[in-house]
Design a protein around this ligand. Sequence first.
Ligand code: URA
Length: 238
Amino acid sequence: MAERLDKYISVSFSISRKDARNEIKKGSVTIDNTVIKDAAFKVPQKAEVTLGGKKAEYKKYIYVMLNKPQGILSASTDKQRETVVDLVYRTHKRSGLFPVGRLDKDTTGFLIVTDDGDFGHKVMSPKNMVEKEYFVKVDKPITNEDIKVLESGVTLADKTKCRPAKVKHLDNTEEYLSIVITEGKYHEIKRMLGVVGAGVVSLHRHRIAGVVLDEKLKEGEFRELTDDELMDLANSLK
Ligand code: URA
């Protein structure tokens, strides 16, 4: 579908919609070498658009891999607190950005932020069985018996049934685990571990489907997902 010129400019140059409109009004924007001053103009497919002589590289949607820091909310907006979308919006001025699923405020690691609703909902949908792997530090040793319980699919205190998880010890200790789940119930990992009497000391999401969090990303840093990573995620959808 053809996009309005102000949105096209805002998204391509990561400037606000208001600044895009001002630039258009000033005559800084051309489409196929003709100055266009109408912000509502529909940009034809394959048109060459420039701002101040610089060619626009328009992408309909953006897909971001974020290493979520502790203390930041997995939400689009919040009146008081900083959200993951606030972080991404600093460099990608797009309306409609949202986190694909939620990590608790104190959870770190891999979160996708996008403005592609269809993609986001598919990755989140429990129907699609997308694997999410977490690294978890716990406050008591998790025995092989506990692992069997978690792997058989626990029933939480409120009678919610969890799907069987894949659980293993990491680093040869019983207090550090990899847990793979295929759904995203509220506080799922924390509540599952509660069933075997363990509290979570730290929780970090390491992987979604076949895509591992880029180790070069420090907490709070993000980059766009590569085409290969997007392909892997798309292929993981049943
Ligand atoms: N499970 C939790 O308990 N918290 C998260 O943030 C993610 C999974």
